[in-house]
Ligand binder design. Structure first.
Ligand code: COA
Length: 249
């Protein structure tokens, strides 16, 4: 179980800093950080540790090597003993909802290629920063599949449907500048700028704010995606009341 500082496993590294920022690092660079079953399990451990770490201010998701992630590990496709086994393996391991529902702001640092589930995990974060030259795409349809690491939901949450649907269906990577215009990426850095440092500095700034207020604002904003307007407003009111009570204690 990943619990404290600098815990490392083979493909995911987690670090909890004194600045209130957790870093989760994809570290399978020789295979472009593709998501295999081991990485899914490690991500579940990492995100669970982030969820349960006391008084955390923010999280950064970043990756070692030339590319952020080339998506699912296609060498594992078709390896399961049966279609039922293949489904069970995936149902039993769902890091994606865990990532989406983490109570702290998540900043992701993209570079190189972010494809398939690599991009989809970024879409489940709250702020997406991309290095110069980053390319993003959902190649799943070209492989006869659909984006199933949350992509059909998360991308339509951030991007207007008229723009999201061609991107989800076509399978072609696009460059970061185009992705920013679509709303997939929030900021593209100039050539030479360090994307990991930039993401960390955003996260540190967020972590320096009153943490209960930031968590409550995030929670209320997320509720907007899931609740009808009236219930979303009620959730916001409830969280505002709780935050004010916390502040006055
Ligand atoms: N699954 C499994 N292994 C993968 C992979 C994937 N999705 N993507 C890359 N790899 C492996 C390659 O097989 C290669 O392994 P090897 O060194 O043992 O031969 C290694 O990662 C490096 O990949 P390579 O293609 O040589 O790197 P590149 O920089 O020339 O190209 C990409 C980068 C991302 C353009 C290219 O790797 C690619 O298109 N990958 C497939 C993307 C994809 O379809 N993802 C599936 C999403 S569902």
């Amino acid at each position: 179980m990943l619990q404290h500082m600098d815990e490392i496993d083979e493909v995911v590294r987690v670090r909890f800093g004194d600045d209130g920022v957790a870093e989760v690092v994809l570290s399978r660079p020789e295979k472009l950080n593709v998501v295999n079953l081991q990485m899914r399990d490690s991500l579940i451990e990492a995100f669970t540790a982030v969820r349960d770490f006391p008084d955390l201010g923010a999280m950064v998701l970043r990756a070692d090597g030339r590319h952020f992630s080339a998506g699912a590990d296609i060498s594992e496709f078709g390896n399961a003993e049966s279609i039922f086994e293949a489904r069970r393996i995936r149902w039993d391991r769902d890091p994606w909802y865990l990532l989406w529902t983490l109570p702290v702001p998540k900043v992701v640092a993209l570079h190189g290629y972010a494809l398939g589930s690599g991009l989809e995990m970024a879409m489940l974060c709250d702020l997406r920063i991309a290095a110069h030259g980053t390319k993003v795409g959902l190649p799943e349809t070209k492989l006869g599949m659909l984006p199933a690491a949350g992509g059909t939901r998360s991308i339509t949450a951030w991007v207007a449907p008229s723009k999201a649907l061609p991107f989800i269906m076509a399978g072609e990577p696009i460059d970061a500048e185009r992705a920013q215009v679509l709303g997939i990426i929030d900021e593209v850095l100039p050539e030479g700028a360090d994307v990991d440092e930039t993401a960390l500095s955003y996260a540190r700034r967020l972590a320096a704010l009153p943490r209960v207020a930031v968590r409550a604002a995030l929670s209320a904003a997320k509720a907007a995606h899931e609740l009808p307007l009236r219930e979303g407003l009620a959730a916001e009111r409830r969280l505002a009341y709780l935050t004010a009570r916390f502040k006055s204690n």
